[in-house]
Design a protein. Structure first.
Length: 422
């Protein structure tokens, strides 16, 4: 019988996030691992979606997206991001940023091409690259520089097979923000080696401490080699609306659309109408959400660093994630945590399907041990840093996208639980 599954898909490892979701179902209490705003979508955006329904706007749009939405994206990009794409030829609206990223990589990647991924990184980058026969090349960022990689480390990763460089700022999972000089160094490298750049800017609005987000495509001579991925899920609390977009040179968008029309046809028209209201309507709600994220961020950093044993965090400059350093916890208490999981916590380990987990995994990652220990004994959900590639081991990703009081309770539980280990 012929092989049923394509090799690249069959050999693709399962994402660690699947394990996280399984644990979250078992312990639905205090989730600091989820990357979704707890806010409801602003009322004027919801009203625009309702109006679209009442007006019968329930049919297809052009594959590229509604012309009015593409114009709104172009205006927003010019005003906020400092470059001026052509809405007719350089913007494609997608059903969220995941298909934007997927389609962009599929459009430009040849089998055997290498893709430089600064890590820790959003887990989908590597998976999508592997799906299309590419080879991800991890470049671990410097924790002292908030995990932004150095130009030398990026340059060392370039080979004759390198095709793409991925940039994610503000970063998921670390909360790091690339400054303008970091972006210029990446662009210089791309120009020297004729590379394309994928710039994931989904968290652009979520920046703190007077930090400014810069788009790499705003730099001189950058637009011809940059694919910008953006959307409204995080900034406007619109995850369920599924609206994202790709901005790229027309040669790329034209060919991207060949994939798009056969896989998606178009983003939901009701959501596109809501997106127009989001981009052209008042932005007060976005600013209010950012202020609240900032309040949670400050509280979380202060309480973790002061109250939680063997855990430290740097204050993130962007997104709603922070990368908590648990290397001290692992070095001093990993065997105690393993023993507790194998005994009192055996119920949790035995609940995992074999495709998601083996007890041998506990010997491979102290971060995973820490994640499972906190889930089982503190009832707090974090995400193992090992799921995010090179440089992630020894850390846990924590989110401050949840309610202030929920975050406080979660930290108190972590503090009590880890106190018992000291």
């Amino acid at each position: 019988m012929k092989r049923l599954i394509r090799t690249e898909i069959a050999d693709l490892p399962l994402s660690g996030i699947e394990l996280v979701l399984h644990v979250a179902e078992l312990y639905p209490g205090l989730a600091l691992g989820i990357g979704e705003p707890n806010f409801t979508t602003p009322p004027h955006i919801v009203q625009a979606a309702m109006d679209a329904l009442e007006q019968g706007k329930t049919h297809y749009s052009p594959d590229e997206g509604l012309p009015e939405l593409r114009s709104a994206i172009a205006e927003k990009t010019k005003n906020d991001n400092g470059f001026d794409p052509d809405p007719e030829n350089e913007i494609i609206v997608t059903a969220g940023t995941s298909p934007a990223l997927y389609g962009a990589i599929q459009t430009v990647l040849e089998a055997g091409d290498e893709v430089i991924i600064p890590t820790p990184a959003y887990f989908s980058y590597e998976s999508i690259v592997r799906m299309f026969g590419g080879e991800p090349v991890h470049v671990a960022g410097d924790p002292e520089q908030r995990f932004v990689p150095s130009q030398d480390d990026l340059a060392t990763a370039v080979s004759s097979k390198t095709k793409l460089l991925v940039v994610c700022t503000p970063n998921n999972p670390t909360g790091g923000v690339w400054e303008k000089e970091h972006l210029q160094a990446a662009l210089d490298l791309a120009e020297d080696h004729d590379l394309l750049i994928i710039s994931d800017e989904l968290y652009e609005k979520l920046v703190y401490d007077d930090v400014k987000h810069h788009s790499i495509a705003s730099l001189d001579n950058a637009t011809e080699r940059t694919i910008t991925i953006n959307g409204l899920s995080k900034s406007h609390a619109m995850t369920g609306f599924r609206i994202g977009w790709v901005i790229a040179p027309s040669e790329i968008t034209t060919n991207f659309c060949k994939i798009h029309r056969h896989s998606t046809i178009c983003a939901p028209v009701i959501s596109q109408e809501a997106a127009i209201a989001a981009l052209r309507g008042p932005q007060d709600s976005v600013k209010a959400m950012v202020r609240e994220y900032d309040r949670r961020r400050k509280m979380m950093v202060q309480k973790i660093n002061n109250d939680v044993p063997m855990m430290q965090v740097q204050s993130p400059k962007g997104s709603f994630f922070m990368f908590a350093n648990v290397k001290d916890l692992i070095e001093n208490r990993v065997e105690d945590m393993k023993s507790s999981l194998m005994n009192e916590g055996k119920d949790l380990l035995e609940s995992f399907p074999s495709r998601l987990f083996s007890t041998e995994d506990l010997t491979q990652s102290g971060s995973l041990v820490s994640m499972l220990y906190l889930a089982r004994f503190a009832r707090v959900m974090a995400v193992s840093g090992s799921f995010f590639g090179a440089g992630g081991e020894g850390y846990l990703r924590l989110s401050f996208s949840q309610e202030f009081n929920q975050i406080e309770k979660a930290i108190e539980r972590m503090a009590r639980t880890l106190d018992q280990l000291t």
